[in-house]
Each structure stands twice: as C-alpha cells, then as structure tokens.
Write a protein that binds this ligand. Structure first.
Ligand code: ZN
Length: 107
C-alpha cells in the first residue's frame, strides 16, 4: 500500500485522483481519506471517532456558494484520520454504515 501525499489517498501504484506515481509508503501520522459522508452519517462517524479517541479532520465538500444553490441537504463531509488509525477507523465506520458495497435493502 502506497500513499499520495498531495491527495492524501491510499493507492497501489498510481494515485486514482491525480495520476501521480511519485508515491511513498504511508507513515503512521499521515492523514488518509477515511470517506465522504452525508451529514446524518457524518454525525455518527464523528461521535464514534471521538468515542475511540481517534484524531480526525473534517472538511465540508461544498463551498458556500454551492451550498446556497443546492441547499445544505446536499452537503457532504470528508473525514481524514492518521494512517496509523486508518484500519481501526474503517472497521468502526463499517459497524456504523455496513460494508462499503452497493447497498442492498434488507428483506
Ligand atoms: Zn494524488
């Protein structure tokens, strides 16, 4: 697993976002994109990270002008966690939201 420091993404050989191949091994304190969540889920993600004492950064995805246009319901939040806490964070989020696969309704 390699890391693009520009996009703060984990990837294998080439960054899926910027196409960079100048990647390095992730360090424990590198911020890594945990996921992008809508507000209702972001609230739960935030509290579960706090409960587990995982440091995180949260950024709104849309600028103020876009928020005015589409309304706050379309706002999403990007969460970053240190690489050293990434695996634990992913499993905590999966407990919250289910596996990151195309969602299927329970019967
Ligand atoms: Zn990149």
């Amino acid at each position: 697993m390699l890391y693009c420091k520009d996009c703060q993404l984990l990837c294998e050989q080439e960054c899926p976002q910027c196409g960079s191949r100048s990647l390095r091994k992730p360090q424990a304190n590198d911020p890594v994109l945990l996921g992008v969540f809508e507000p209702a889920i972001a609230f739960g993600v935030e509290s579960i990270l706090k409960d587990n004492h995982i440091p995180y950064e949260k950024f709104g995805n849309l600028g103020a002008a876009v928020t005015l246009y589409v309304g706050t319901a379309m706002e999403t939040y990007r969460f970053f966690v240190p690489y050293g806490e990434y695996r634990k964070s992913v499993s905590l989020v999966e407990e919250l939201t289910g596996p990151a696969e195309p969602s299927q309704e329970h019967e």
